[in-house]
Write a protein that binds this ligand. Structure first.
Ligand code: ADP
Ligand code: ZN
Ligand code: ZN
Length: 818
């Protein structure tokens, strides 16, 4: 009987593909294993077996599988179901989900020519345009042939580009199929088998009396070994016997010692103070825990709203403890940035080596190891802490899902597909496992709070800070007034300045928040009003004083600071607005004694970027920390008594229906960094609009007021959670084609679909990297079927792609979170 498998290939094509397998292969293969299969004329891809059957495909002759890559499934059935949900809900293909879910090393590469070099952090801004195109293509497709590179950069001879990319360590070249992942091997030694008996051993030691160094090595080995069976590393033996590699090697050569290897994990937690008992909860925490458990009893997703520093983490800890005792796995999701050593070491104190961390800044090897540990349900990966991609791990018995800081927008992936929201996808995963699901935040998203209000979710809250520390005192400072009266020192109001002086005098620390990096967002000619624009994007260039450059924050384009206006030649140039760099500089001028640090995208690149700054601030090597919204996420500093918000208005004016909600969340969160211990903290918010409703709500901690008002607006304008939205984005380098294509699509949507269709419209930045952009927003009312709507949109896309002129227009969907 002929045997066939359906394979999911990691490419953006709708279907799975059928391949034929032999009887022997059929006996070995299971769903969830990887196979290398031929595709097209000469490609080889790694795919995941999705089904095994006897149905010969009708339309084509099934090719044979090249190679089986696994002896056991590396993906389980629940994951495949979860992927199917993601693909269907977020309107992408299963292949795209696979590409995003598996560590790159699992997707074995074929007759490869160009691969992304994952061993290096790439500073995108250092790449030229054509280099960037290749780099970007390698984000979507892990492998490119030379002719594909040619097509991407629209040039025949691409070898010089590849040469440059190699030099910049962006890519590596490969010739053939190979397995990228290599476990790190550590060398161990033991006594040679010939010397295991006591007699032989004595003989040996006697014979070594004239070789004191060698004798020392053997004695050290015994010492290290004690009466344990534990393996001894060559490097440890070298250290403890105080000898050289050469001495050990000569013993190995003589057969007195034997060398061997064990596969080891890179991501081991090396002991320490694990399993200290968890903290006793106070009455408020206990009450919240009781409510959470009661809600879990009813199988409900539960929202925990606890003010900043109320001790939510300790409540999670209790739930995790129970989950692990039942021998189930737990998943703890956090925004990337909150994944610092701070939280991890706190949890390691309780759960020691049961913790595995899954992080995009970890390298491929480390990620494969965590994957394997979770797959085998090893105790050392029983609690997984990670950013959004951790929900892709092969859990088999998940008992608890915690999504901390659930309101965070960084749970949403924007590029590439799948454009999923990790909180929502993790809830679906939790349901598939029948796990308990807890969302936590001091400032829940309007969506989650709505679900709690309507009874869909369970609800618990903690309204007091732990240890009865008071919530910080907040004050709005009108800088319009202050500027008019000339009472500003640079961007600092007198109020803020005096408070800073006071705080420093007391030996406490200060956080200053400004949600823009760089020195100034705009450079302007005082003569003609011209401001330099990015040649590739419709956006002004940001002035970075440190590098004396103008830079584009969308594409990385940069030029040296001009000495005179590009347009009229006038030398009278001025900057407008301000970013973190400028604030840092002003602070240094105002408080020359203070040690000042800055935390933003420019200062935190690299694997340990955040950690270094956070640790320096924690250890009080810094007095003042200036930063962007990175500062707001779940950090627990003990000695911060003052938080200054340099300008709240830029947050409010964001063109997004969530802008007000986000402002409330950001300001509340950043304020929450102040006064987390005994002394009451102080927060000063500078603004031109001190009477703005949202700012009032922030200063009075009026979450309910914010929620009610936002819900009213969402209802008026048909936004979530009362409606669903799908944003369709069109992207093309030709302005006319883009416009025509978007109009065609919008027309088809309007004719075929009853809901609200808005647009097409240009986004605020209507051209990025020389690609024009246009959006259509589809609003789907609760009574309509979202699934049906998506199917309709997909059908329209099919006809759209049948129009030759539109085929090259990229169509991108974002569902719910746009
Ligand atoms: P949140 O996550 O709600 O902002 P945390 O969990 O970080 O708050 O708690 C704030 C501080 O209070 C932490 O330093 C934590 O160690 C301490 N804390 C919280 N709960 C307890 C408890 N039950 N016993 C002792 N210390 C606690
Ligand atoms: Zn000018
Ligand atoms: Zn640009």
């Amino acid at each position: 009987m002929a045997n066939f498998i359906n394979v999911i290939l990691p490419i953006p094509l709708e279907r799975t593909f059928t391949y034929s397998i032999t009887e022997e292969e059929a006996a070995l293969l299971q769903v969830g294993m990887r196979v290398a299969v031929p595709f097209g004329k000469s490609k080889i891809y790694t795919g995941i077996v999705h089904g095994i059957h006897q149905q010969q495909p009708e339309a084509y002759e099934a090719k044979e599988v090249h190679q089986l890559l696994d002896e056991y499934p590396i993906v389980n059935q629940i994951q495949i179901k979860h992927w199917e949900w993601i693909a269907s809900y977020y309107m992408c293909t299963l292949g795209e989900v696979v590409r995003s879910a598996l560590p790159g090393a699992f997707l074995l590469e074929s007759e490869t020519l160009v691969l992304r070099n994952r061993a290096y952090e790439i500073d995108e801004s250092q790449l030229l345009d054509d280099e960037f195109l290749v780099f970007e293509a390698l984000q979507h497709q892990s492998i490119l042939k030379v002719q594909e590179v040619s097509a991407i950069v629209e040039r025949k001879n691409v070898l010089p580009i590849l040469q440059r990319l190699l030099e910049k360590k962006v890519i590596v070249l490969k010739e053939e199929v190979y397995e990228q992942y290599k476990p790190k091997l550590v060398r161990y030694v033991k006594l040679g088998t010939a010397y295991l008996s006591d007699e032989k051993l004595e003989e040996l030691l006697n014979s070594l009396t004239r070789a004191p160094k060698q004798s020392q090595v053997v004695l050290s080995l015994f010492q290290l070994q004690g009466n344990t069976q534990k393996p001894i590393k060559v490097s440890d033996l070298e250290k403890s016997s105080n000898t050289s590699k050469a001495v050990i090697k000569s013993l190995v050569d003589k057969g007195i010692l034997e060398e061997y290897f064990i596969k080891t994990d890179r991501v081991d937690y090396d002991g320490g103070t694990d399993n200290s008992t968890t903290k006793d909860l106070n009455e408020y925490q206990t009450l919240a825990l009781t409510d959470i458990k009661a809600s879990f009893e009813k199988n409900k997703v539960t929202l925990l709203k606890g003010v900043t520093s109320s001790g939510k983490t300790e409540v999670y800890v209790k739930l995790i403890e129970e989950c692990l005792e039942k021998d189930l796995q737990a998943l703890y999701l956090l925004p990337e940035i909150a994944l610092t050593t701070q939280l991890i070491s706190r949890l390691q104190e309780y759960f020691g080596e049961k913790i595995a961390i899954y992080h995009s800044k970890y390298n491929v090897q480390e990620r494969v190891e965590v994957w394997q540990n979770v797959l085998q349900a090893k105790p050392k990966a029983q609690l997984v802490i990670g950013a959004r991609s951790a929900m892709y791990l092969p859990f088999s018995k998940l008992g608890l899902v915690i999504v901390d800081e659930e309101h965070e927008s960084s749970f949403k992936q924007f590029d590439p597909a799948p454009r999923y929201h990790a909180r929502d996808a993790a809830i679906v995963l939790g349901h598939l496992h029948n796990a308990n699901i807890l969302l936590g935040s001091a400032t829940p998203s309007v969506e989650s709070f709505y679900n709690a209000q309507t009874g869909k979710y369970g609800y618990a809250e903690i309204t007091r800070r732990y240890g009865n520390v008071l919530m910080p005192e907040m004050e709005l400072v009108d800088i319009k007034e202050a500027s008019r009266k000339k009472r500003m020192k640079g961007h600092f109001s007198e109020r803020l300045f005096l408070e800073m002086e006071e705080t420093l005098k007391e030996g406490a620390q200060i956080i200053l928040f400004q949600n823009r990096r760089g020195f100034a967002p705009l450079m302007e000619c005082l003569t003609c009003g011209h401001s330099p624009q990015c040649p590739n994007c419709d956006v002004s260039l940001t002035y970075h004083q440190f590098r004396n450059q103008l830079r584009c924050h969308y594409c990385g384009h940069h030029t040296a600071l001009p000495e005179s206006c590009f347009a009229c030649g006038s030398p009278d140039l001025d900057t407008k607005g301000f970013g973190t760099e400028q604030i840092e500089k002003e602070v240094i001028g105002l408080f020359p004694e203070a040690k000042v640090g800055r935390m933003d995208l420019d200062t935190t690149r690299g694997k340990h970027g955040y950690e270094k700054i956070i640790t320096a601030f924690e250890q009080q090597d810094l007095d003042i920390l200036v930063g962007t919204q990175m500062l707001t996420k779940g950090l627990d500093f003990r000695n911060v008594n003052l938080v200054g918000v340099m300008n709240a208005d830029s947050l409010l004016n964001f063109p997004d229906y969530r802008a007000h909600e986000r402002t409330y969340q950001l300001l509340t969160q950043v304020s929450g960094r102040a006064g987390r211990t005994k002394k009451r903290g102080r927060v000063i918010i500078q603004t031109y609009n001190p009477y703005h409703q949202i700012l009032k709500q922030v200063t009075t901690s009026d979450y309910d007021g914010m929620y009610t008002e936002q819900m009213y607006e969402r209802q008026q304008f048909k936004y979530p959670p009362l409606n669903r939205i799908i944003k369709v984005t069109f992207k093309h380098k030709n302005y006319n084609i883009l416009n025509e294509a978007a109009d065609w699509f919008a027309g088809a949507l309007r004719t075929n679909f009853g809901g609200v269709v808005l647009g097409p419209e240009y986004p605020p930045v209507a051209r990025i990297r020389n690609q024009y952009l246009k959006h259509i927003i589809v609003k789907v009312q609760k009574v309509q079927s979202l699934a049906q709507t998506k199917a309709n949109v997909r059908r329209i896309e099919k006809s759209f792609k049948a129009v030759a002129l539109y085929r090259s227009v990229r169509v991108i969907y974002n569902v719910d979170h746009i």
